[in-house]
Design a protein. Sequence first.
Length: 364
Amino acid sequence: MNIGIEQVMQSWGWDNISDEQVYDEEIKIALMADELGYDDVWVVEHHFEDYSFCPDNFVYLAHLAALTKRIKLATGATILPWNIQPLRVAEKAAMLDYLSNGRFILGFGRGLSRREYEQFGIPMEESRGRFDEAADMILKALETGVMEEHHGQYFDQPRAVIRPKPKASFRDRLKQVAMSDDSVEEAAILGAQMMQFTYKPLEVHKAEIGAYCAAYKRHHGTDAPVPIMTDISVCDTNADRAAENANKYVRNYLLSVMHHYEMMGEHFKDAKGYESYGDTAVAMREMGLDAVADGYVEGQVWGTPQQMLEGFEKRREVIGDFDVLIIPRFAGMPFEIAERTVETFAKHVIPELKSWNIATTRAA
């Protein structure tokens, strides 16, 4: 089982926290993860707001590459429609792989925030087409060392050589965030390991994972990698304290998500490629925000080490084997709580999870 940390670079929920302090705290967490035995650290790409601000996750990971010794470094994710030159993504991926001595993991995403799309001047309905076209260009360039001449719907590119030359193939270290039906299919087409945030009922995740595995088998003739499941987590040896902090901060994180993505908004129903979010928005409006928040907190894995192990095992019984990614710092949480989560999870949970007989692939 692969076990990592995702960093969301958030100041939402804090009073008078500086952007510098956000980065200082997240860097400390990344260094702890390197020392404590986590397999990888992921960082988001987001822009403009307190919800999350990491406008160039390649730059951040290059900084971590110089500070860390062994941990793998992942873009979680690079939002392809916002990166308007696929050539630059390929170049940065190749360069970061050199700087990290082959520790770089390339993760793709499509993006969901209407406000971020608007501020980039990119119509949201173009996201799927831009993603598909850019992903194909980038992956071919990283395999061959050349981005060939291309004239597509969104990108015109003369032939260009990637320097430094790609160090090794990314085909076995390609990840994709996939939270909609078409993104699940696209992850399978690309041959990427699928990453999901656990905010849906487990039976829904199970169905999406099944669709991914079937599509992967159809396109590649082999079994798919197990999915990566991501939780907003609090881990503490004190059960009451864990519950208090989870109910406060995990709930607050959900509120930040609802605000940033306008999750109950009407706009999804008219946004090409986001129709499934329109259905989700309708369901959320019917449930009401309090019920949505209660369900979200309940759906994450948090608590004492034993409670977290039981939560992962319960999930495994429903969806099958998976890799683990936790987000330990978010939504106004004091640093000492995040620090305690990272340390306690590493000491008490990771050794047990590593002892499980977890497969690396899933049959369709």
